[in-house]
Design a protein. Structure first.
Length: 398
């Protein structure tokens, strides 16, 4: 994931190969204790407390904080999942997957983001930012049913916990550089499911051409296995895959994670191709808005819930009365459609309107109509458009 470079200059030490807690590779209906939900809840505080990486990673601590389940999916289940993987890759290559940031292709590996995506890469360590809703494809149904649901039903993760999946399709010669999954974005544990051919996940290794620092620990990841990283292995030591760790010409992994729910004001919304001003506007207009003008007699009043780059239109269930300004009407409103916010130049386009900084205030958004084929100025010199009035931060806040 977050492909940050390791600066680790660890002393040489022997490689220890996986003798950690192993899942039994039991069939899907085998009894396994239900996941301790506290373990999944405590991660925010835990992450905040995360300090620096260990300077001399301890193989035993790495091993003890990994849970490896080989054969979690049997060969028949793997074949079915792999067929869906191929189908998804084909759709990605054909441009049929929704979301501008769903597919990231480099010569030897392709990454697919589902559910929630984020910015990552060289130089972004510690500054990874969540991409707005709609920037990546929702988690596909096949992945939910064939990969996530069995983990839930075996009690390895709470139902609904996985809200972000990255699928890495590695070919010969590819690698994923040593990194720690951004602790301010992702809760622990982190799960990685493996398909097609096996590979070794190495902990605490340097990726310099001389391989000056050998891995402190290496974990084989076989077809149909799932590895859970928590505590020390997830936070105190980097993990990665060097080209020599690939044991076949193709491996596909799925990284299953849960986003730390941050208060909206602390969420970094970032649209990589947009201008700084457009990104700023996106972050400022998150929340609930209503039309400034009263709806005509017999019509319903409309509210607009802005989440990321998506605007959900909410229509009041009763024809509007003089009480159309009453924000409680939004609570009983029904969803009437979705618009997309499009960053364009120094502003945003939505439903035929353009918003830029001079027409923004925390209380009102004055959208200007985009009508290039017509004179856009009325006789009094003003530009026609529509105005939204701020109602609240969310439906729960009214
Ligand atoms: O492919 C894997 O199993 C690990 C990938 C990984 O660490 C990541 O995508 O963050």
């Amino acid at each position: 994931m977050a492909a940050t470079e390791t600066e680790g200059v660890y002393t040489s030490r022997p490689i220890l190969l996986g003798n950690n807690k192993q899942g039994s590779g039991i069939s899907l209906d085998a009894a396994v204790p239900l996941a301790d939900s506290n373990k999944f809840m405590a991660t925010k505080a835990e992450n905040a407390a995360n300090g620096e990486l260990a300077t001399n990673p301890c193989p035993m601590k790495i091993c003890e904080s990994l849970t490896y389940s080989p054969g979690f999916w049997n060969p028949q289940q793997c074949a079915q999942i792999e067929a869906w993987i191929d189908d998804t890759c084909w759709r990605g290559a054909a441009g049929l997957l929704p979301g501008a940031n769903t597919v990231d292709t480099t010569p030897c590996r392709t990454k697919y983001f589902f559910g929630n995506g984020y910015t990552y890469g060289r130089g972004l360590r510690g500054r990874e930012a969540l991409l707005p809703l709609g920037a990546v494809c929702p988690i596909p149904d096949w992945l939910q049913h064939l990969v996530i649901a069995p983990l839930e039903s075996r009690g390895m993760i709470p139902p609904g916990w996985v809200d972000s999946v990255v699928m890495n399709d590695y070919r010969t010669g590819s690698s994923i550089v040593a990194h720690v999954d951004p602790p301010r974005l992702f809760a622990r544990p982190i799960l990685t499911a493996s398909f097609f051919e096996p590979a070794r996940l190495v902990f605490g290794a340097s990726f310099d051409p001389e391989r000056k620092t050998p891995p402190a620990y290496a974990q084989f990841l076989t077809r149909g296995s799932v590895l859970m990283m928590d505590g020390y292995s997830a936070n105190k030591v980097t993990h990665g895959i060097r080209p020599e760790d690939m044991m076949g010409d193709r491996r596909v992994s799925m990284i299953l994670r849960h986003l730390i729910v941050a208060p909206p004001e602390s969420l970094t919304l970032y649209y990589p191709d947009a201008s700084a001003c457009a990104n700023w506007l996106v972050s400022q207009i998150q929340g609930l808005w209503r039309d400034a003008v009263a709806p005509s007699t017999g019509s319903r009043s409309r509210f607009y819930l802005v989440r990321g780059l998506l605007v959900t239109i909410l229509m009041s269930s009763q024809p509007a009365s003089s009480a159309y300004k009453d924000p409680r009407a939004a609570k009983f409103a029904v969803e009437a459609g979705i618009w997309q916010l499009l960053p364009v130049g120094e502003g945003l386009v939505c439903n035929g309107g353009f918003l830029d900084e001079p027409h923004f205030s925390p209380r009102a958004l004055e959208w200007q109509y985009l009508r290039p084929w017509k004179c856009n100025t009325e006789e009094d010199g003003s530009v026609p458009g529509f105005t939204w009035i701020h109602v609240g931060d969310d439906l729960s806040s009214i």
